[in-house]
Design a protein around this ligand. Structure first.
Ligand code: NAP
Length: 353
């Protein structure tokens, strides 16, 4: 909690004794189970002292051993799942901002006690840590409409953007970061389950990163810090692991249509093979998991495939060619193909059946 504590210290300078006495009284009452303010965690305010000239504000301030009150900007797939996961992990989720009343209500049903706002800038009155879970393209404009107060922090959940896009919202004593879960948020329950054991890429200075790591671990995830400048490549691999596989499945579905299979039929037949391949890669490594004509040098098989696809599913040819060319490279690097066999396969792939 040092990041928030230090900002608190700046805010409190000059009125510390009075605030400390009051906090001590509140602590004693808390220990005796007396709640002076029986509202949501977001409305607890301790140590609210503003100095002239400071961008200070009576937002909540967590104590030294407390978790910061979190606010979620955007009640979409990621925002809702993180809100629910944090709430279940015992982190105080004080508020949510969503322009859509139905999404806002759903969030509040899932996270009892959270206040709902239509605008993200309303969050700054209620929380200490804002998690901005809005589409990549609007992270910067949404952040630009906010102005944090000393002691507050904001992160976004984009896998592509750096923390610097949040700069317009920052003021003295505030912190910006990123908190990107490597999870496909297609469905709430599945996403909540997938968060356990998932990797969460964290960005921010040392103090904020430490808080974010604690938050990731609280929801069962594994925090990692990326080397500077590597985020776009990290995200590209993530996109291929999720959407890229879906695009491959869609290609398989289209080709299976030539055989007369509908989508459920195609998935029933080909998903077990795909799952087996993934399990092989996990157990044996990527190169060892490669099977098929590219490992055997069967150029005639590739030519037959191209002929069938040209006739029945021509739109799938670029994907087929690109993946088989990559397969030839993997097989060659593995030592499964002689240079001549690899060349025969490449010639077959380049040919027009
Ligand atoms: N989906 C994934 O699998 C995944 C995984 C990891 C990271 N991420 C990242 O997480 C972020 C959110 O993704 P998501 O999938 O949760 O998106 P989403 O389901 O589309 O939700 C986005 C939320 O942002 C709000 N929003 C959209 N445009 C806005 C605007 N102009 N101003 C204010 N709010 C706006 C939405 O609107 P309302 O205000 O109407 O509610 C919604 O609540 C993105 O940066 C994404 O890259 C996504």
């Amino acid at each position: 909690m040092r990041a928030w504590d230090e900002a608190d210290a700046v805010i409190r300078r000059g009125a510390e004794r009075r605030a400390a006495e009051r906090d001590e009284t509140i602590r004693e009452l808390d220990e005796e189970g007396i709640d002076l303010d029986p509202a949501s965690p977001a409305t607890h305010r301790h140590g609210d002292v503003q100095l002239p000239g400071d961008h200070a504000h009576p937002h909540p301030h967590s104590g030294p051993c407390e978790r910061p009150v979190v606010g979620i900007g955007g009640a979409g797939a990621v925002g809702t799942a993180l809100g629910v996961a944090l709430d279940r992990a015992g982190w105080p989720v004080g508020a949510v901002a969503s322009r859509d009343p139905a999404r806002r209500e759903r969030f509040r049903e899932l996270v009892p006690g959270a206040r709902g706002f239509a605008e993200a800038n309303a969050l700054v009155d209620d929380v200490e840590l804002v998690i901005l879970a809005v589409p990549d393209d609007v992270v910067a404009p949404v952040a630009a409409a906010l102005r944090l107060y000393a002691g507050q922090a904001m992160v976004h959940t984009s896998g592509l953007l750096g923390a610097e896009v949040l700069a317009p919202a920052m003021a003295a004593g505030t912190q910006a970061g990123a908190f990107h879960p490597l999870v496909a948020f297609a469905d709430l329950d599945r996403a909540l389950a997938a968060l356990r054991g998932a990797t969460i890429a964290i960005e921010g200075d040392e103090e904020l990163a430490a808080h974010l790591a604690e938050m990731a671990e609280a929801i069962g995830a594994v925090p990692v810090r990326l080397a500077p400048g590597s985020k776009a490549a990290y995200h590209a691999a993530a996109v291929l692991s999720a959407g890229g596989v879906v695009a491959l499945l869609d290609t398989i579905r289209e080709i299976a249509g030539v055989v007369g299979l509908d989508e459920p039929g195609a998935l029933r037949i080909y998903l077990p093979l795909l799952e087996q391949t993934v399990a092989n890669a996990r157990a044996l490594g990527v190169a060892a998991a490669l099977t098929g004509p590219a490992t055997r040098g069967d150029a005639g098989t590739l030519a037959a495939h191209l002929e069938a696809l040209t006739a029945g599913a021509p739109d799938t040819l670029p994907v087929y060619r690109a993946l088989l060319e990559r397969s030839v490279r993997v097989a060659s690097d593995r030592g499964a193909l002689s240079p001549e066999a690899a060349e025969r396969l490449r010639t077959a792939l380049a040919g027009n059946p």
